[in-house]
Write a protein that binds this ligand. Structure first.
Ligand code: AOF
Ligand code: ZN
Length: 385
C-alpha cells in the first residue's frame, strides 16, 4: 500500500471522524440545546488542527479548530461531525471560515436538520469549489446528537425514562426500602445521564419519601434542571430541592385548578413561598393531574431539549401512555426480592394485551460490574394524558 492509499483509504476517513466524534463528546452537558460537534483538519495524513463546540453560545467546532490557523490548513481536509452551519446565529457562519482558510475538502458526518442549515451549508461550500462528502460514520454522528435532532425538528424535549429494578422487576422491597437496587458502577452511569440530559423529572411522592437532590455528582458534572410533577403543590418547603432552588434551577408543575389557602404563619400562599425560594411554578390546565404533553410543550419553549424521567411508577405509567417517551434506560440488578406489594417501575393501568406492548428498538446492553443497563429507542404513539 503506498502512502497515498493510506491517506485516502476509507479507514482513514473513519479514523479522523472518530477523533472528531471524541472531541464532540468531550463537551457533553455543556452545549444544550445546541448539538455536540467536533472538527479535525488533516493535511498530508497529519492532524494540523482540531476543536469542538465547547459550550452553548460559544464558537462552533470549526471556528474553534481553525481560527488560530494559517498556511498549515490551506488545502487541508476537514472532518466535521455535523454539516457546517451557514447562518448568523450567536456566532458567524462556519462556512465563512472554512472558505476563508482555504480548506480543500470537507468530510461531513451528518447533515444538520436545523431548517436554517439543512443542506445549505454543503451547497455553499460546493459553490465555492470545495469538495464535500457527506455520511462518514453517519449513524454514530446522528446517535451522538439524537437529542438535538429530535428537539430542533419538533420543538419538544427528547424524553428518556430511567429506572433501576431487580431481576424480578421490583424497584423497592415491599417495605419501600430501595437503597440500593444496583451497585456503584450502575449508579455512576446514572450520573452520566444526569450530565447528558438538560432536565430531570420526578414526582412529588419521591420528594416526600426520599428528599433527594436530583443533581449531578460526577466530576465536571452539570446539574440538570429539576422538574417536580406536583398536582396539588404538596412539595415540602423544607425539602432539599426547594432549599437549593436558588442554586439549581427548579420547576414545580401543578394543575391550574389547584386552590391554596394563604399560609398566614409563613406569609403567603404555597405558590408565593415556592417562588420566593427560587422555584418556578408552572400551572397547567387540568384539575386532578399534571398534563405531561402540555408540560413538555412548556419545557420546549424554555429551551429544555431533553428530560430524564426518574419518576416513580405512577409518572412512568402516565409517560408510557402519552407515547412521548423516546428512550428507556432500564438498570437491572441480578437479584431477587419478591413480594406482591413491592413496587414495579411502571404502574398505571398498563396495556390489556401483549400485542399492545411498546417495543424497544436499537437495543444496547451495557455491562456495569454485576448489573446491566438495557437501553433502546421507543417510537411514538400518542394518547393524550
Ligand atoms: C456547526 N458547528 O459546532 C455547531 C453547529 O446560535 P448558534 O450560532 O450557536 O447556532 C446554533 C445552531 O448551529 C444549531 O442549532 C445547529 O444547527 C448549528 N450548530 N453547527 O457548524 C457547530 N454547534
Ligand atoms: Zn457553525
Amino acid at each position: 500500500m503506498n502512502a497515498q492509499e493510506t491517506h485516502e483509504g476509507k479507514g482513514m476517513h473513519e479514523i479522523h471522524m472518530k477523533r472528531a466524534l471524541e472531541l464532540a463528546q468531550s463537551a457533553m452537558g455543556h452545549t444544550s440545546p445546541n448539538p455536540m460537534v467536533g472538527c479535525v483538519a488533516v493535511r498530508e495524513g497529519c492532524v494540523v488542527a482540531e476543536g469542538c463546540h465547547e459550550e452553548y453560545g460559544g464558537f462552533h467546532a470549526e471556528r474553534n479548530a481553525l481560527a488560530g490557523c494559517g498556511e498549515e490548513v490551506r488545502g487541508a481536509d476537514l472532518y466535521v461531525t455535523l454539516e457546517p452551519c451557514c447562518h448568523h446565529g450567536k456566532t458567524p457562519p462556519c462556512t465563512d471560515i472554512i472558505i476563508e482558510k482555504g480548506i480543500g475538502r470537507v468530510f461531513v458526518g451528518a447533515l444538520d436538520p436545523n431548517p436554517k442549515v439543512a443542506g445549505n451549508g454543503v451547497r455553499i461550500l460546493r459553490e465555492h469549489g470545495i469538495e464535500v462528502t457527506v455520511g462518514i460514520l453517519e449513524e454514530e454522528c446522528m446517535r451522538l446528537n439524537e437529542i438535538f435532532f429530535h428537539y430542533i425538528t419538533s420543538g419538544a424535549p427528547y424524553v428518556a425514562m430511567k429506572y433501576a429494578m431487580t431481576l424480578d422487576g421490583k424497584i423497592a422491597a415491599f417495605t419501600g426500602d430501595s437503597k440500593w437496587v444496583t451497585g456503584e458502577k450502575a449508579r455512576e452511569h446514572v450520573q452520566l445521564l444526569r450530565k447528558k440530559y438538560s432536565a430531570i423529572m420526578a414526582g412529588v411522592d419521591t420528594v416526600i419519601a426520599d428528599d433527594p437532590m436530583l443533581n449531578c455528582r460526577m466530576w465536571n458534572g452539570v446539574d440538570p434542571v429539576r422538574i417536580i410533577c406536583d398536582t396539588h403543590l404538596r412539595i415540602p418547603l423544607e425539602s432539599r430541592i426547594v432549599q437549593t432552588a436558588k442554586e439549581i434551577p427548579t420547576m414545580v408543575a401543578c394543575a391550574a385548578q389547584t386552590v391554596e389557602q394563604p399560609n398566614v404563619s409563613k406569609g403567603g400562599t404555597k405558590e408565593e413561598l415556592l417562588r420566593e425560594a427560587g422555584v418556578e411554578v408552572i400551572r397547567l390546565d387540568a384539575d386532578d393531574h399534571v398534563p405531561l404533553a402540555d408540560l413538555f410543550c412548556e419545557l420546549g419553549k424554555r429551551k429544555i431539549d431533553s428530560v430524564l424521567a426518574e419518576g416513580g411508577g405512577t409518572i412512568h405509567g402516565s409517560l408510557l401512555r402519552t407515547g412521548l417517551v423516546n428512550r428507556v434506560y432500564a438498570y437491572i440488578a441480578p437479584k431477587l426480592i419478591g413480594g406482591k406489594e413491592a413496587k414495579s417501575p411502571i404502574e398505571g393501568s398498563g396495556f390489556a394485551k401483549m400485542d399492545e406492548a411498546r417495543q424497544l428498538s436499537d437495543i444496547e446492553i451495557i455491562s456495569l460490574e454485576r448489573d446491566f443497563c438495557i437501553t433502546g429507542r421507543l417510537s411514538g404513539r400518542n394518547e393524550t394524558i
